[in-house]
Design a protein around this ligand. Structure first.
Ligand code: ADP
Length: 357
């Protein structure tokens, strides 16, 4: 096992800078997730650590060793891809043991280790099968098994669950987390899926356009996003963003005044006459009963329901501000079921507002 340190890594392809200013250190044994939209540079970072890509500049350390010029196979890392890449003519056991066989490990030891790995991944009853006789989830577990059997210092996983269907993806995600708790191998996991990032990570690195936006544990990033990109990327449904102007001690939200108490004004450092993007998460909006607009100093917004999505435990509501194109996502209890066309009076939790310039 080892820590992994990137110092000011940059990678350019011809004239295109894929990643730059990439600096972080993953302590030994932690599970870090690189997350961001497609094309933000996640795979390039992972492939650079693996040695499948060379950094244009910057330093990369695995443990105490500077590895910029060390070939991939000598870095003692194991990488798992989304398309499994199993050997079709080999059995499950041969696939899992392949890396060991290449290193001329004793046959007895290979057998033992393959058995242990297969057991921990619930593959022990499938050892004689060929990959095409396995489900997608089983194939992905074999690919993981092959990586684990090598006992690498670092695990690199590139969207390993994206080819699995929803239920299997959830199950395998939980298994991965358990596996990491058992093995404690330093793991770097790439995904565009914010749920995977939130649930798996000790630390999340949010990337956009080749640059780091924020590094932190999931709760901190969710509660204190560094900028609007991070705020809207993590969270499902995403944070609502409303274009507003701050004036008369409140926000003008498409013609409705949302009164803001002085303490909140101080906290958010609001300036009169200034335009902002106001952020509020769907779970921090509540429905007032009865739905009427009351005293002017109350912070309410009147909206018209457009779409209602009952999800059992909760209901998602999409509602529009009258006379504007702005649509709000609202997340309420499953027993709340307004109908399209209803007018609702909303209460926003003013302690949970974000403003972005
Ligand atoms: P992600 O994994 O987040 O989807 P990538 O790391 O694959 O992003 O790509 C980051 C950027 O680098 C993209 O703009 C992509 O087009 C570019 N890129 C990646 N690999 C190459 C390559 N081999 N040649 C040219 N451009 C590349």
């Amino acid at each position: 096992m080892a820590n992994v340190r990137l110092e000011d890594i940059k990678r350019r392809f011809n004239n295109v800078t894929a990643i730059e200013d990439i600096t972080f250190e993953i302590p030994d044994g932690e599970f870090w997730v690189l997350v961001g939209p497609s094309g933000c540079g996640k795979s390039t970072i992972l492939r650079t650590i693996a040695g499948l890509e060379t950094a244009t500049s910057g330093k990369l350390y695995i443990g105490d060793r500077l590895v910029n010029n060390i070939p991939a196979r000598q870095r003692d890392v194991a990488m798992v891809f989304q398309n499994y890449a199993l050997y079709p003519h080999m059995s499950v056991a041969e696939n899992i043991g392949f890396g060991l066989q290449m290193r001329k490990v004793d046959r007895k030891i290979i057998q033992e280790r393959v058995m242990n790995v297969a057991r921990s991944l619930s593959l022990d009853h499938l050892l004689d099968r060929k990959p095409k006789q396995l489900s997608g989830g089983q194939q992905q577990r074999v690919a993981l098994g092959r990586a684990i059997a090598r006992e690498p210092q670092v695990f690199l996983l590139d969207e390993p669950l994206s080819n699995l269907d929803a239920q299997l993806r959830d199950d395998t995600r939980a298994e991965l987390k358990q596996l990491h708790q058992e093995l404690g191998i330093t793991t770097i996991y790439v995904t565009h899926d914010q749920v995977e990032a939130m649930t798996l990570a000790d630390k999340i690195v949010v990337l956009n356009r080749g640059r780091i936006q924020q590094i932190g544990d999931p709760q901190t990033i969710y509660a204190s996003p560094a900028n609007q990109m991070v705020a809207t990327f993590l969270g499902s449904p995403p944070m609502n963003i409303l274009p507003v102007i701050y004036e008369n001690n409140g926000f003008d939200v498409s013609g409705q005044l949302l009164t803001i108490p002085a303490v909140v004004k101080e906290k958010l450092q609001l300036r009169q006459g200034h335009s902002y993007d106001l952020g509020i998460r769907p779970e921090h909006i509540f429905i007032n009963e009865p739905p009427t607009r009351q005293e002017a100093n109350e912070s309410q917004l009147i909206v018209e329901v457009k779409v209602v999505e009952p999800l059992g435990r909760e209901t998602l509501i999409r509602a529009g501000l009258p006379g504007s194109a702005v649509v709000l996502n609202i997340q309420v209890g499953g027993d709340v079921r307004p109908r399209p066309g209803d007018r609702l009076s909303l209460q926003l939790d003013l302690n949970q507002l974000f403003v972005f310039d």
